[in-house]
Ligand binder design. Structure first.
Ligand SMILES: Cc1cc2nc3c(=O)[nH]c(=O)nc-3n(C[C@H](O)[C@H](O)[C@H](O)COP(=O)(O)OP(=O)(O)OC[C@H]3O[C@@H](n4cnc5c(N)ncnc54)[C@H](O)[C@@H]3O)c2cc1C
Length: 527
């Protein structure tokens, strides 16, 4: 629906941005009877959870594998969340039979779903490390279980009963390498476990074991999923549910300004000039943009800006979206997700990319979407995406006149790597679209084109996160930048957590001055 220029409208809550976090917050608030308006700049909802058309192909922009869903019989946290807001049954989810396949110079291993199969397949591939693999799996599952329990019972109880959380205390604050390397010696086995780090946007030595364990256990317990109709179908289902619950969604009409009075939110000015009055704003746009452009530097307290300045955005991606004129199986592919790495030092490759010493990948993910959805692309064709983690800074330094040629060079190199798992691929390209970190920035407005909000390594714990509460009363954030971080599962959950915080505050007439004071102190401590 289009907003009306100049009209004054009253809502309980305005949500800025229809990424997964914004959609989830809007849905939960609408379900609780709040009068909600969701504003999105684009003409479709979803943020990164979207698709686009090129030629006769509709490409999935982001989703490789959805974690934490399960199904009605084995419901994961995402299923429960979607069920609560009436989204679960509006979407058809597709089970991905195996977690991933990993192809290395001298190993080729399929990592199945389920703890026992995961362990067995790795032990079979790397028998000399079997004992270490079993111990690593045990530590990972115990750690995830204790971390989830700690989250439920709260830190006070954890500190008072430390003996009940031995693995949590032993591994907390450690990186994946610090936990894995003492147990597993074979570099190929470490790489087979480490290639999935791309999902968590950090290499093994920087990735907090907490993030790795929670994510991986979620995939193994509930099985990875995709969505019939691509992630756009999930985003659209959210939008439909919000409207059915009485909420309004304005597409192609984002927020231009957040209005404040004293230290409180007063409303929002939409891009088309409509002035909307509301006591609460939830921003799914990243906090830098929200504070510097929408709220204005003059309205953002220095302590909040210092906190933003102390942290950096996380990694971005380069993607090759490919429409092929053949069946993916003719190229020797059989699995939804295949990782290929040229060598065994994932950290070294990553650092070169981070420092801008190279733009070209040494390891990539090749996703063959037709493996789980035969109708993903027109009959007789297939849709493939090659992805690798990249950072925006080196891409920003390329002079505009050299951008296209650089993209071509990087694409050629990526195709060379992809040919190692899908020989003949280049001969079947009907459509090729290359997206860089700059594409991600342009589309999402996320700083550095980050796909996970802030860098997940902060303080090495993976747990020191930006809270939902913003710098002025009545302003909150939701999505990858706050609460529990990025990815589909965390961003959706973030939206739910923010909605809960808003409802609690509305109930008590808050946030109160003392709440803001507590927030200031905790953020200053983090800086
Ligand atoms: C290539 C790629 C692959 C990925 N693969 C996976 C995967 O396999 N599994 C997984 O779990 N995660 C994956 N992710 C990560 C996941 O997609 C993101 O972490 C998640 O979607 C972020 O959601 P978000 O709520 O933070 O919002 P975002 O997607 O960042 O959306 C923010 C929204 O705010 C809007 N906005 C900004 N400014 C304004 C304004 N002024 N007014 C109105 N609206 C505004 C934007 O238009 C956008 O719609 C991938 C991401 C990418 C890019």
């Amino acid at each position: 629906m289009e907003g009306r220029r100049g009209a004054m409208r009253d809502y309980d809550v305005v949500v800025i941005g229809a990424g997964l976090g914004g959609l989830a917050s809007a849905a939960f608030l609408a379900k609780e009877g709040k009068k909600v308006l969701l504003l999105e700049r684009h003409y479709v909802p979803g943020g990164y959870a979207t698709s686009f058309l090129r030629g006769r192909f509709e490409f999935e922009v982001s989703l490789h594998e959805l974690s934490g869903l399960g199904d009605e019989d084995n419901p994961g946290p995402v299923w429960r969340l979607l069920e609560e807001v009436g989204v679960a049954r509006r979407v058809e989810f597709l089970a991905i039979p195996e977690f991933y396949r990993c192809v290395l110079p001298d190993a080729d291993v399929v990592i199945p779903v389920g703890r026992e199969s995961f362990e067995e397949s790795l032990c079979r591939a790397f028998p000399d490390d079997a004992e270490g693999i079993r111990e690593f799996t045990e530590v990972m599952f115990r750690f995830a279980q204790e971390a989830l329990r700690a989250n439920r019972v709260g830190m006070k109880m954890v500190m008072e009963h430390q003996e009940e959380f031995p693995t949590l205390f032993a591994c907390f604050g450690k990186s994946l390498s610090e936990v894995m390397n003492p147990l597993i010696k074979n570099p190929a086995a470490r790489t087979a476990l480490g290639v999935i780090c791309g999902y968590y946007c950090n290499p093994p030595s920087l990735l907090s074991f907490l993030t790795y364990a929670l994510g991986t256990v979620s995939y193994l317990r509930f099985g990875p999923r995709h969505v019939k109709g691509k992630s756009q179908a999930l985003s659209q289902a959210f939008m439909d549910a919000i409207e059915d619950m009485g909420g309004e969604v304005w597409l192609r009409n984002g927020a231009r300004r957040i209005l404040v009075e004293g230290d409180r939110v007063r409303g929002v000015v939409a891009q088309d000039g409509t002035e909307i009055l509301c006591p609460v704003v939830v921003s799914n746009a990243n906090p830098y943009l929200t504070c510097l452009e929408l709220l204005g530097r003059e309205n953002t307290p220095a302590w909040y800006l210092r906190r933003l300045g102390a942290w950096s955005g996380g990694a971005s991606t380069v993607n090759l979206y490919m429409g092929l004129d053949c069946d993916y199986r003719e190229l020797g592919l059989a699995h939804h997700e295949t990782f290929y790495s040229e060598g065994y030092d994932l950290d070294a490759n990553w650092m070169k990319m981070r420092r801008g010493e190279t733009l070209e990948p040494s390891d990539i993910a090749v996703t063959a979407y037709n493996a789980v959805d035969p109708d993903f692309s027109p009959p007789g064709t297939s849709s493939l995406v090659c992805t690798f983690i990249a950072y925006a800074e080196p891409w920003m330094r390329i002079p505009p006149e050299r951008y296209a040629e650089t993209k071509d060079r990087v694409a050629r190199r990526t195709l060379q790597l992809a040919e190692r798992v899908a020989p003949g691929l280049s001969d079947h390209l009907e459509v090729l679209e290359v997206a860089t970190p700059l594409t991600n920035i342009r589309y999402s407005r996320n700083v550095g084109g980050s796909i996970i909000g802030f860098d997940e390594t902060f303080a090495g714990t993976g747990m020191v996160r930006m809270p939902a509460e913003g710098p002025v009363r009545g302003l909150y954030f939701s999505g990858a930048w706050v609460n529990i971080g990025g990815g589909y599962e965390p961003s959706l959950y973030s939206g739910y957590l923010t909605a809960r915080r808003v409802l609690e505050d509305l109930e008590k007439g808050g946030p109160l001055s003392e709440d803001m004071e507590r927030l200031r102190k905790s953020l200053e401590k983090q800086v």
